[in-house]
Design a binder for this molecule. Structure first.
Ligand code: 3H9
Length: 675
């Protein structure tokens, strides 16, 4: 096998070049090549300095994550970096693209760093449940501030070149498109300079205040995660231990994380997110339909949010409403949202104006005639949607894609209202649609392959994580929500309180529990509106006007700032309903809540897989992580079930009399996994 590393001589400079697509990950062959390249430079008396650079779209984007968990193949990345740093000839890192993780660490092992003006440098390992394990936690605070080291390691967001330069991580910024030549010139300039600057030989300045302030500022963000604390501990260690002691400390912490469930979950998610974009059975190079203009029907919260996704990436949108007032209100909300982002410094005023200028408000469906994609976001009613799609059929141009934002309804039935069901599919956005990352793309029985592929590619363009779902009630996400809600309601009747059930979910890592979620969404959604008909606890709450947060009363009481407190009135309502239903109250354990509200979700997920409504278990994980706030460090419901042990899940379900999905039973019996 040819090495991904080659070398070139430019006078007395040896340039070591990596070419390992797609992202120059530091796999075994790259590490071996780097080691050989540096050895070549050291052995050749005519070489005075070395440059390391990468071909392709990026500098090393990190260790090769696919190698994790496999038997190690030498040389170890830390050894390669140590060798570079120990070199008595200067080594210059010439960085472009994304110098991430191990890539950032290689750069820090070099004596000098020059970067393309568009490059970013960072250590995102924390997002994989890890820490920079090749010296990053020890070298960064030795050349930059502790505050920056904490930000880089425990939060993991990359630092742009200008900031990295100002903070001392980068020595020089190359001219645009001149990195290769500027790096050689830089190497020539410093070839004879001694002593060589080595990060490991610097001292990290202790800054306990910065560490405490950082912990306090991010306590909420870090809730439940193990890796941020380990990153912080390593940075702190750098300020009081020698470099070699610090490296030992870092290694111990790294290995603890690497062997743990959280990192396994987060690494699973990294690949799951990328896998979700792939459609089984459709060639990745299928010709896509151009989407140059989008139509959105409905200027409510959903339609407005959907429109913003396209406007934000420069795709013009025609938004259609039935009444002028509603249209004006919708357009006003879009503007307000953009201006809010500008006020927070996330957008420039001219970007706000550019987005608004690309929006065409209309009261006339006929104005959608030239759109390449039309998304309907009117209220959930099959007859209304069918009528609308039949009308659109007579309006939109040939080849245009028609999408429904339905969260529940049968997309095939909607498609059948048109003469072209092959261009119809579901695009289920999650509210607020301009913020939430998930997009369920619902593939109808007749949806054409290129239509599906076009929408999946478009999803990436508008920065969504898209998952293909089949036609079934609630698709993937809401379908799994259903058993959870049913069981949560039953548990109330049997003796649990809303607080207990929500507490179990929040302790599990969910952003909120089922009843907090009902209060937020509005308990009255879908209510029959007859206050005399009380068939459930929910009916009883609705009859009393306890519709949720918007009424400051739902399953909880709320103060003016929407802070919840347990409601004595709700306790009475539950008690009353229970006694009228002749049900005995009993003690409910937290474990029973887990089994009945979370194991049942896993069971539904297994049914979804059995019915081929999801392409793969990891797509279900992606759905719940990006659409519903399932804790990232548990990897999604299906991954979590694997870590719980499928046998335990099946036993838990059977104990409560649930019919267990055959797939789940089979996997449990064979010792298999869902993922
Ligand atoms: C680390 O470095 C640990 C060390 O501290 C210590 C060691 C001792 N490995 O995202 P894309 C694949 S941990 C293997 O679609 P983009 C990816 O799966 C690492 N594969 O492209 C995909 O494959 P496919 C720290 C990787 O342009 C393809 O490349 N580094 C890796 O949207 C394209 O990826 C990170 O966490 C990898 N490290 O974004 C950085 N990275 O085509 C992780 C990517 O088969 N990477 N692949 O689906 C990223 O953030 C983005 O990939 C990047 C490019 C920004 C680089």
């Amino acid at each position: 096998m040819t090495s991904p590393i080659t070398t070139e001589r430019h006078g007395d400079i040896l340039v070591i070049i990596s070419n390992s697509p797609p992202v120059n990950a530091l796999g075994a062959a790259v590490r071996q090549g780097l080691e050989a390249g540096v050895k070549q430079g050291l052995a050749d008396p005519a070489v005075k300095a070395m440059v390391i650079r990468c071909d392709g779209k990026t500098w090393f984007a990190g260790a090769d994550i696919t190698e994790f968990g496999k038997p190690p193949v030498g040389p170890d990345l830390r050894a390669v970096i140590d060798m570079i740093e120990a070199s008595d000839k200067p080594v210059v890192a010439a960085i472009h693209g994304t110098a991430l993780g191990g890539g950032c660490e290689v750069a820090l092992g070099c004596h000098y760093r020059i970067a393309d003006p568009m490059a970013v440098i960072g250590t995102p390992e924390v997002k994989l449940g890890l820490l920079p394990g090749a010296g990053g936690t020890q070298r960064i605070p030795r050349i930059a501030t502790v505050a920056l080291a904490l930000q880089m390691t425990a939060i993991g967001d990359p630092v742009p070149v200008a900031k990295a330069h100002a903070e001392g991580l980068i020595d020089r910024i190359a001219a645009p498109s001149a990195l290769a030549t500027d790096a050689i010139a830089f190497a020539t300039e410093i070839a004879d300079a001694r002593p060589l600057p080595r990060c490991s030989e610097q001292d990290a300045k202790a800054d306990p205040e910065a560490i405490e302030a950082f912990k306090a500022a991010n306590a909420k963000r870090f809730r439940g995660f193990e890796a941020p604390a380990a990153n912080i501990a390593c940075v702190e260690a750098a300020t009081r231990l020698s470099f070699s002691e610090g490296m030992t400390f870092e290694r111990t912490e790294f290995m603890k994380l690497m062997m743990g469930t959280q990192s396994a979950a987060q690494r699973h998610l990294f690949f799951a997110e990328r896998q979700a974009a792939k459609i089984d059975g459709i060639a990745p190079d299928i010709a896509l339909r151009p989407i140059k203009k989008v139509g959105v029907i409905g200027a409510g919260t959903m339609g407005g949010g959907i429109s913003m996704n396209f406007l934000s990436v420069g795709i013009p949108v025609t938004i259609v409403e039935m009444q002028q007032e509603a249209l004006d209100r919708g357009v006003g909300v879009i503007r307000k949202n953009y201006e809010g982002s500008a006020a927070r410094g996330r957008l420039k005023p001219e970007q706000v104006e550019a987005a608004m200028a690309a929006l065409t408000p209309s009261l006339n469906l006929a104005d959608l005639a030239d759109c390449d994609l039309v998304i309907e976001a009117v209220y959930e009613n099959m007859e209304v949607k069918k009528e609308l799609f039949a009308k659109l059929d007579g309006i939109v141009k040939q080849g245009a894609i028609l999408a429904s934002n339905t969260s529940y309804l049968n997309v095939d039935e909607i498609a059948a209202a048109t003469s072209r069901p092959d261009v119809v599919l579901g695009m289920h956005f999650f509210s607020p649609a301009n913020v939430m990352k998930l997009l369920e793309v619902v593939r109808g029985a007749k949806t054409a392959d290129d239509v599906l592929a076009t929408v999946m590619a478009l999803a990436k363009k508008i920065k969504k994580v898209a998952v293909v779902a089949g036609v079934c009630p609630g698709f993937i996400g809401n379908r799994m929500l259903s058993p959870r809600q049913i069981e949560a309601n039953k548990l109330l009747m049997e003796g649990a309180t809303p607080e207990q059930i929500d507490r179990v979910h929040v302790a599990f890592g969910m952003p909120m529990g089922p009843f907090q979620m009902s209060d937020l969404a509005g308990i009255d959604i879908g209510w029959h509106r007859d206050p005399t008909r009380i068939d459930s606890i929910r009916d009883a709450l609705c009859a009393e006007g306890r519709w949720g947060q918007k009424k400051q009363a739902g399953f909880y009481d709320y103060d003016d700032k929407r802070n919840p407190t347990p409601s004595p009135r709700v306790a009475e309502i539950i008690e009353d309903f229970r006694s009228r239903s002749n049900m005995a109250k009993r003690e409910i354990t937290d474990q029973e809540i887990v089994e009945r509200t979370l194991y049942t979700m896993v069971n539904e997920g297994a049914l979804i897989l059995e019915e081929k409504m999801a392409q793969r278990a990891s797509d279900i994980d992606v759905t719940w992580i990006f659409g519903y706030g399932w804790p990232v460090y548990r990897g999604g419901p299906m991954f979590w079930a694997d870590t719980e042990g499928l046998k335990k899940v099946v036993e838990g379900l059977e104990k409560h009399g649930f019919k267990v999905a055959q797939l789940l039973k089979d996997k449990a019996a064979s010792g298999g996994r869902l993922n």
